[in-house]
Design a protein around this ligand. Structure first.
Ligand SMILES: [Zn+2]
Length: 234
């Protein structure tokens, strides 16, 4: 039996044997993408085949409501995106382990030479809320432990938030979300390559928060620590 037919025999035609509403939704979207986005921009995609040169890196939350490509309405090849729970950047560490965010950061800064890194937190962030309440603290990996560990990156910032706002309510959550963006920016600056390029003016770091309820994006003013609407008319 040839390899291809052996594979078919083992897996069957997966699309016809495992239909699902989820897959139907994805395929309908894929069809629209092919018709409306891929075909009209065929030349752009051909050029992108040669390589990418995005000028911006965005670090955002994995939350399904805050897709940077949607929010900034960008074309393919324009933004290099890392998404994870709570839009966190870990500090520069050389301990053993799989440093996914650090690898992406290294690639963006050193190879792609992006000019700007935007950290984008968001309102109603479940990761930030869990950091605040510590509801997953002490759970085992796979049962909440991975999340608990990851958002432990916010522990230090959490202390200040809790002291001022407690652990419950939107005010405390909002403060935690804002603090999360500041922690990620501080951790970005713990990477020597980021430090160096920011100092030389080759790289700009920016913090922001996207509010899901009203769709308003705010930029962090690092002088005042305040988040102000990105557009004047909002
Ligand atoms: Zn989130």
């Amino acid at each position: 039996m040839r390899l291809a037919s052996r594979k078919r025999a083992r897996h069957g035609n997966w699309m016809s044997t495992s239909p699902s509403i989820e897959l139907d939704t994805l395929l309908a979207g894929y069809r629209r993408f092919r018709e409306n986005r891929w075909n009209p921009q065929h030349e752009r995609w051909s050029a992108l085949r040669e390589g990418q040169s995005p000028r911006v890196m965005i670090i955002a939350c994995s939350d399904s409501r805050v897709d940077p490509s949607q929010i900034f309405d960008v074309d393919p090849g324009e933004v290099f995106v890392v998404r994870n729970v709570a839009a966190m950047v870990p500090p520069f560490e050389t301990t053993p382990g799989y440093h996914g965010v650090s690898a992406a950061l290294e690639f963006a800064v050193q190879v792609l030479k992006v000019r700007e890194i935007l950290v984008m937190g968001h309102g109603m962030c479940g990761g930030c809320k869990a950091a605040l309440t510590k509801e997953l603290y002490g759970t085992t990996p796979g049962e909440g432990g991975f999340i608990a560990d990851w958002i432990g990156l916010l522990d230090e910032a959490r202390e200040d938030v809790v002291r001022e706002h407690g652990t419950e309510g939107r005010q405390a959550e909002r403060a935690m979300e804002q603090a999360g963006v500041k922690v990620s920016l501080a951790n970005l600056r713990s990477f020597p390559c980021v430090q160096h390029k920011e100092a030389s003016g080759e790289l700009v770091l920016r913090g922001s928060l996207f509010a899901i309820s009203d769709g308003i994006l705010r930029f962090l003013d690092e002088e005042t620590g305040e988040f102000n609407p990105a557009l004047q008319d909002q």
